[in-house]
Design a protein around this ligand. Structure first.
Ligand SMILES: NC(=O)C1=CN([C@@H]2O[C@H](COP(=O)(O)OP(=O)(O)OC[C@H]3O[C@@H](n4cnc5c(N)ncnc54)[C@H](O)[C@@H]3O)[C@@H](O)[C@H]2O)C=CC1
Ligand SMILES: NCC(=O)COP(=O)(O)O
Length: 355
């Protein structure tokens, strides 16, 4: 039997005023100079699949000229051309261009249609089986909200594009730690209400399934953080550990999952503590993202679990403060492209997952 070749990756533009276009150009350059732009903590050991950038070519050319990056740009109308084109040029799958002015460092609501179209097109191509995975560049959420975008971020938007019943789970991973924030883009004051036994159990099961399927962990060990200081100190500092988190853990254990907790969040991320689990599930966004970004900001990848397609992303944002200056580091995008490549390859030969 002839081995199936993985399709190329679909890379979105992200906010045109942010560092996404620069990173796409640099990722193509880095793919031609293996090792030169990789940090010690970047994922290594497997070939990155070629990618096509889903964008108006005008914007990509603007950044290549501004930053004097020697990147030939080839417009394509079919992603299957990507592997051949990628050898000598950055393949750009052209989408509609509304002609809005792009100023590096400024996230403008006028470019929102381009940002959204790029994401929708990448998802459509991947769901049609023409690309292997969606890799997203960062979006400036505030600019999209001004243009009427109603989703808190990619994660929720991708879930809607995936269809009813989709439960997206955000995981951030680098070479030292994997975390899942159980609640994502909501105010801290809403976390207490959002955190339920059902939410924890559902997300833990999706996480465990992904750890087995995509990350090659046969029996994933999950650790669940408490919500309150000292995991509630026996109820003296909050009761969510007793009424929500512990019952969820008991239910998961009864179903055969390897789960520990609720653990005090302040002591579960040092090196020895991390050895006790494969992924940490945390009640709120910053509880999960602060440790992973602190341990290795530039090597981190954001993965959306629970979708009917693969989606990865750099762990950082649009970095408007450095956009257009040529100083943005490409490590995290390379890590995201590499991880998507590994996931796509693993899904074609599931007996040997390697992440
Ligand atoms: N997946 C996505 O679309 C994400 C989008 N965001 C959005 O990005 C916007 C800005 O978020 P911030 O909190 O300011 O975080 P940020 O990650 O954009 O910037 C934080 C700091 O890190 C630096 N930085 C970020 N990426 C870098 C890189 N590749 N190379 C060198 N330095 C880098 C920036 O210059 C800044 O000093 C917000 O609208 C946020 O919602 C944030 C995270 C993920
Ligand atoms: N802080 C992580 C983040 O905002 C990523 O969000 P998303 O756009 O990937 O949903």
């Amino acid at each position: 039997m002839v081995a199936q070749q993985p399709k190329p990756l679909a890379l979105t533009l992200g906010d045109p005023g942010g560092i996404g276009p620069e990173l796409a150009l640099k990722a193509w350059l880095a793919s031609r100079l293996p090792g030169e732009e990789m940090s010690a903590n970047t994922w290594k050991g497997s070939a990155m699949l070629p990618f096509c950038l889903i964008a108006p070519a005008r914007i990509v050319r603007q950044y290549a000229d501004l930053l004097t990056l020697d990147v030939p740009i080839a417009v394509i109308d079919d992603p299957s051309l990507t592997p051949d084109v990628f050898v000598n040029a950055l393949p750009v799958f052209e989408i509609a261009d509304n002609g809005s002015i792009v100023e590096p460092g400024i996230a403008a609501a006028t470019t929102a249609p381009i940002v959204i179209d790029s994401i929708k097109t990448a998802v459509a191509l991947t769901r049609q089986g023409r690309t292997s995975a969606v890799v997203t560049n960062p979006i400036q959420k505030s600019a999209l909200y001004q243009a009427g975008f109603s989703h808190p971020g990619h994660t929720e938007f991708l879930a809607e594009l995936a269809g009813p019943g989709t439960v997206p789970v955000m995981m951030l991973a680098n070479s030292k730690l994997r975390v899942v924030p159980l609640t994502i883009h909501i105010a801290l004051s809403q976390v207490q209400t959002a955190l339920t036994i059902d939410l924890i159990v559902t997300q833990a099961k999706i996480t465990a399934a992904a750890m087995m399927r995509d990350f090659g962990v046969a029996r994933p060990r999950l650790a669940i953080a408490g919500l309150n200081p000292h995991a509630g100190e026996g109820g003296a500092m909050g009761t969510e550990e007793q009424t929500i988190i512990a019952p969820a853990i008991t239910q998961l254990q009864a179903e055969g999952y390897d789960v520990i907790g609720p653990l005090p969040a302040d002591t579960m991320f040092h090196e020895e503590a991390r050895a006790a689990y494969d992924v940490a599930l945390c009640p709120y966004h910053d509880q999960a993202l602060i440790p992973v970004k602190t341990l290795d900001f530039h090597g981190g990848v954001n993965i959306t679990l629970g979708l009917p397609f693969i989606r990865t992303s750099p762990d950082h944002g649009t970095a408007l403060n450095i956009a257009g200056q040529g100083v943005a580091r490409v490590d995290s995008l390379l890590a995201a492209l590499n991880m998507a490549s590994k996931m796509a390859c693993n899904r074609l030969s599931p007996e040997s997952p390697t992440i």
